[in-house]
Design a protein around this ligand. Structure first.
Ligand SMILES: [Zn+2]
Length: 267
């Protein structure tokens, strides 16, 4: 970790009230990776930070990088992703993406690819309707970038390359898949779904890979299992996300904003 004063390009990935008037702000920066910051008096005096320290806002931060809490001296808004904030389902997805990033990313390690992925997903949510294929695109690439690539390339038993024509199925075992010689029956996954998951990791752009509903269900089961395997406890934002996905495109209400405000993890 390079310590000292720094200006950084950062996304707020968690916010929690702290003591009388402070805010604890976990942010993911292009320059230093994930850091835990403290904004003193941010709740008492709105002058200094002007309400910039909101979940999933993209900011230019002036910060002292050090071990432990990093004091934040100023925050300029690059974008708050205004169209996400008008839509509960979008808020749910953006909050989920931030929590997942917070929980899986180690502190103080630069990861520009991961930074670009999170920014691209927030841009996509800001500009287009919520789409479950995009959520899976984010998750699959996040796992891949963090070194937890889905084990979908080779047979978990014999190591053979998994190739299947569309219409074929692979048997599943644990997290892995089996070739037709090693496994039949039981839980299966379409070769077409596996091909889409691989394609997801080959393109950096949102909106290109689109899963059909059946493929989405299969891919979701595989991806959810892989994410759960790397978490020590469930994500808080997931219940909210499920709820918001059910209520399609309801405009945000003040009540939702309050929920989001206090949704940060108490530390
Ligand atoms: Zn095999």
């Amino acid at each position: 970790m390079q310590t000292g004063h720094s200006q950084c390009d950062a996304i707020v990935i968690a916010v929690t009230d702290y003591r009388e008037a402070d805010l604890l702000v976990t942010f993911f920066s292009l320059e230093h990776g994930k850091l835990r910051g403290i904004a003193r008096n941010a709740r008492k005096s709105r002058k200094r930070f002007g309400g910039a320290l909101e979940l999933f806002a993209r900011l230019q931060l002036q910060v002292v990088v050090q071990e432990g809490l990093c004091p934040i001296s100023s925050a300029d808004i690059v974008t708050v992703f205004p169209r996400i904030r008008q839509d509960l389902a979008k808020i749910g997805h953006a909050g989920y993406a931030c929590e997942l990033t917070d929980r899986l990313l180690p502190e103080g390690m630069r990861n520009p690819r991961m930074f670009r992925l999170l920014v691209s997903y927030l841009d996509q949510l800001d500009q287009a309707a919520v789409n479950s294929s995009d959520r899976r695109f984010f998750e699959v690439n996040l796992l891949n970038i963090l070194g937890y690539r889905l084990p979908i390339d080779h047979c978990a038993e014999c190591g053979a390359l998994l190739e299947g024509a569309s219409g074929e199925h692979f048997a599943r075992r644990g997290d892995g898949l089996l070739c037709s010689a090693c496994g039949r029956g039981g839980r299966t996954i379409r070769a077409a779904t596996v091909a889409l998951l691989r394609r997801t990791m080959q393109t950096g752009r949102f909106g290109i890979v689109r899963f059909l509903p059946d493929e989405l269900a299969e891919a979701g089961e595989l991806v959810d299992g892989a994410i759960t395997a790397h978490l020590n406890r469930p994500l808080r934002s997931l219940a909210f996300l499920h709820e918001m996905t059910r209520l399609e495109r309801v405009p945000a209400t003040p009540a939702a904003a309050i929920m989001l405000d206090t949704g940060g993890e108490k530390r």
